[in-house]
Design a protein around this ligand. Structure first.
Ligand SMILES: Nc1ncnc2c1ncn2[C@@H]1O[C@H](COP(=O)(O)OP(=O)(O)OP(=O)(O)O)[C@@H](O)[C@H]1O
Ligand SMILES: O=C(O)c1ccc[n+]([C@@H]2O[C@H](COP(=O)([O-])O)[C@@H](O)[C@H]2O)c1
Length: 201
């Protein structure tokens, strides 16, 4: 009898901060694609946010650990945080495949990110390394034109109109972020005084 290959979700993001939109997307993908694990991978230096002031990687990594701690299927990887230079998904997938040989990877991403994928580094190669799951995101009508249909799946997730940009703006303005992010992340943001500085957009 052939053994089932492990099915691993990979949720890459800047996670500045991680929020319930990310967690719901990962949970829904895990259920729909029968995933054994979802690995959250905070970026090191994100390639499309070079002109944006992004919080230090250790803060984003620790908030992601706090947010995912209660789910036994969710884990967090440091591969992108620990690799020097700009983060590219081709490197993320290569490193994760090396640590989990024989697994099938499912890269979970918002519709906005998947639409840009043909501009990502080594785009053609990416589709040989993972299946791509494009989750619907409020405010984005997904167009998968030009993407290989057998390697990209569209997944409807419960609409949560939450973005990290909005959370940072709320903190700066002194508005609450309870229930937009996990409780531990609210406390982490307050404890370390994150997002109090001038507008970073
Ligand atoms: N509310 C949401 N619903 C579904 N997918 C989401 C949601 N928010 C973010 N995503 C997806 O999660 C991935 C990581 O997102 P990211 O860390 O950049 O968060 P963000 O909220 O988009 O951040 P920012 O507002 O700073 O750009 C991306 O693929 C993004 O499209
Ligand atoms: O590989 C690339 O060229 C590339 C370009 C833009 C974004 N990505 C990845 O897409 C994921 C979401 O990125 P972001 O910037 O929307 O948080 C994250 O894992 C990034 O590393 C990857």
């Amino acid at each position: 009898m052939t053994q089932r290959r492990p099915r691993i979700g990979v949720m890459g993001g800047t996670f500045d901060p991680v929020h319930h939109g990310h967690l719901v997307a990962a949970s829904e993908a895990a259920a729909q694609f029968d995933l054994d694990e979802v690995i959250f991978v905070p970026t090191g230096q994100p390639s499309f946010k070079q002109h944006q002031d992004v919080s230090p990687a250790e803060h984003r990594y620790l908030m992601t650990v706090i947010a995912t701690a209660s789910n036994p299927r969710f884990t967090v990887s440091r591969v992108d945080v620990d690799r020097a230079g700009t983060t590219y998904t081709v490197d993320t997938l290569r490193d994760l495949l090396a640590s989990r040989p024989g697994s099938d990877l499912f890269f979970i991403s918002g519709a906005d990110a998947i639409e840009q994928i043909l501009r990502w580094k080594d785009a053609d190669h990416l589709f040989t390394m993972a299946q791509f799951v494009a989750v619907t995101r409020p405010g984005h009508v997904l167009s998968v034109a030009g993407l290989p249909p057998d390697r990209v799946s569209v997944l409807e997730v419960p609409a949560l109109a939450i973005s990290s940009t909005d959370i940072r703006a709320r903190v700066r303005a002194g508005h609450p972020v309870w229930y937009l992010v996990p409780d531990g992340v609210v406390q982490y943001i307050a404890k370390h005084g994150l997002y109090r500085g001038p507008d970073d957009e």
